[in-house]
Write a protein that binds this ligand. Structure first.
Ligand SMILES: [Cu+2]
Length: 119
């Protein structure tokens, strides 16, 4: 019985941790199975990607002009996330914990738009 109570407590704690992490979070490295979106010619080459909750998207800037990925609050975005400017061949990864639709732009080029649909 004590083991069961402990297991339930641990489950509750990890659920709390997932909530604390928010709907989306930057991760330091591209996790295995991360979906890649290339940035080229002032565009997100795959403007809409579909992933499963708990997986990640990794953006790679393939051109000399710096770009970033910027999620503003609204829709499924519960907290603003503005990625660093990426130089050529730099990457940025975001993990999506909650199903929903996440729109983003590039901060200096707001006409660059993309969307991550999390199922
Ligand atoms: Cu840009």
């Amino acid at each position: 019985m004590r083991v069961l109570v402990l297991a339930a407590t641990l489950a509750a704690l990890s659920a709390g941790a997932a909530l604390a992490a928010g709907a989306l979070e930057a991760v330091p490295e591209a996790p295995a199975g991360s979906t890649e979106v290339k940035i080229a010619k002032m565009k997100f080459a795959t403007p809409e990607v579909r992933i499963k909750a708990g997986s990640a998207v990794t953006w790679t800037n393939t051109e000399a002009l710096p770009h970033n990925v910027h999620f503003k609050p609204g829709g499924s975005v519960d907290k603003e996330l503005e990625g660093p400017m990426l130089r050529s061949n730099q990457t940025y990864s975001v993990k999506f914990n909650t199903p929903g639709t996440y729109d983003y732009i590039c901060t200096p080029h707001p006409f660059m738009k993309g969307k991550v649909v999390v199922e």
